[in-house]
Design a protein around this ligand. Structure first.
Ligand code: SF4
Length: 417
């Protein structure tokens, strides 16, 4: 899909961070951080499973003759008492206590640093996994009631979206994305994905989840499906419509998604309307060519009944001309999609340049007026975190966004039918 990442060396260990969503990335980087708060320290030496690796926990409980429903007993308790070890959960059958103590930990990851933007809208968590690798999760707070929508007042109040990582690194190699230069360093377990939500929920209530952090979620399909299913289950209780899975186009997994995760939103990082152009920007499109990706997207639209978010990073002189806008319009017209145009933020590992705001607006106007496509631009939406394909802005200080965060439209509004 579309992530971005950066690599840093810190304390002798590789530290990889990435955000799949370019918009998310820039949400984080565009603002002056106000604090770096070291949080919990790693406590365990021995590697254990996360208690939120529900399938493993179920299987282990079954193997000792304990009913798997005690997964819910454990989760319900530890979500209220995160500092409790899972084996201390009241009501846990005696036979389970030793097994859980030996094999599971309430949290296998810890928050290494917490950075909050100057205006308080965004908090970036750097999370250290027990492998020693790190990933980012980003909390984005929106005031849904601020600004206007379709000429009228917006509905709703403050709410928060969490961008989670699904892999350390990424093998997809998108040319505008720093993470793509890293290669794949590892898949996160379902528990490690869920722990990002647990950490974030200790800071603010989370209403929406976007799988737009580091990695291609559909390349870690089993863990992502398990984690997203748990998010909509009895303990985390999020609505499936508040979860968005983003992909650069892993076609077979797009086809299975409506069955495996009914009701969730799909975002596709498209970036080009022709196979020839797309293969220059997204190398994996050679394996999953555009016509197959479009067929999978239409299948998803029809099967799920939901719109697909189409993410489109605007690269000056590459994919932002009037002609390309018309090709994109022709490709997507009559489809149930929302197009999200994302101005590119330059990174040191790429020679791409950002499209001007004027050209972005012209591109948008063509899609809207000539093809009737619902189209948003990140600048117009403020720090529109929802959908972009990742790009890492390393070691630079971009200009602050022109628009106020008070005018943010979040993933929830983009996903409204
Ligand atoms: S290389 Fe592509 S798929 Fe992978 S994180 Fe970057 S943008 Fe997403």
């Amino acid at each position: 899909m579309f992530s971005c990442g950066k690599r840093r060396e810190q304390r002798g260990e590789d530290l990889y961070t990435s955000v799949h969503a370019m918009a998310i990335r820039s949400t984080v980087v565009d603002m002056e951080p106000t604090k770096h708060v070291p949080l919990q320290r790693p406590q365990q030496q021995q590697r254990k499973h996360s208690v939120f690796d529900g399938e493993i926990l179920k299987s282990e409980l079954k193997s000792i003759g304990v009913k798997p429903l005690h997964v819910l007993t454990i989760w319900t308790y530890v979500l209220r008492h995160v500092d409790t070890e899972a084996h201390d959960v009241p009501g846990l059958p005696h036979a389970a206590v030793e097994m859980v103590k030996e094999k599971f930990s309430t949290l296998t990851s810890h928050v290494l640093t917490q950075q909050t933007s100057a205006d308080g809208s965004t908090t970036k968590l750097l999370i250290r996994l027990q492998s020693g690798q790190s990933v980012e999760a980003v909390i984005m707070r929106h005031d849904a009631g601020a600004g206007k929508y379709a000429g009228g007042p917006r509905q709703g109040g403050p709410r928060a979206t969490l961008c989670v990582s699904s892999q350390v690194g990424c093998q997809m190699g998108c040319t505008f994305c720093a993470t793509g230069t890293m290669g794949l360093k590892g898949n996160l377990s379902a528990g490690e994905i869920l722990e990002q939500l647990v950490h974030a929920s200790r800071i603010t209530p989370i209403r929406n989840i976007v799988f737009m952090g580091m990695g291609e979620p559909l390349n870690n399909y089993k863990s992502v499906v398990e984690a997203a299913s748990a998010m909509t289950g009895r303990c985390f209780s999020l609505s499936p419509t508040h979860i968005t899975i983003s992909t650069v186009g892993v076609v077979p997994r797009i086809l299975s998604l409506p069955n495996d995760l009914p009701g969730v939103n799909l975002a596709i990082s498209l970036h080009a309307p022709t196979q020839e152009l797309r293969s220059q920007i997204v190398p994996t499109s050679r394996a999953y060519p555009l016509h197959k990706l479009m067929a999978a997207s239409i299948f998803y639209q029809k099967t799920s009944g939901r719109s697909v978010l189409v993410e489109y990073v605007m690269l000056a002189g590459i994919n932002d001309s009037e002609e390309v806008a018309k090709e994109l319009g022709e490709l997507l017209k009559d489809q149930k999609v929302v197009v999200n145009l994302i101005p590119y933020n330059p990174i040191t590992t790429s020679t791409f340049k950002p499209t001007s705001q004027e050209d972005c607006t012209h591109f948008q106007r063509i899609l809207r007026e000539n093809y009737g496509l619902r189209t948003t631009i990140r600048q117009e939406m403020g720090q529109d975190i929802n959908s972009a394909c990742g790009q890492l802005v390393v070691g630079q200080t971009p200009e602050p966004p022109a628009s106020s965060l008070l005018h943010v439209v979040d993933i929830e509004e983009l996903c409204k039918e």
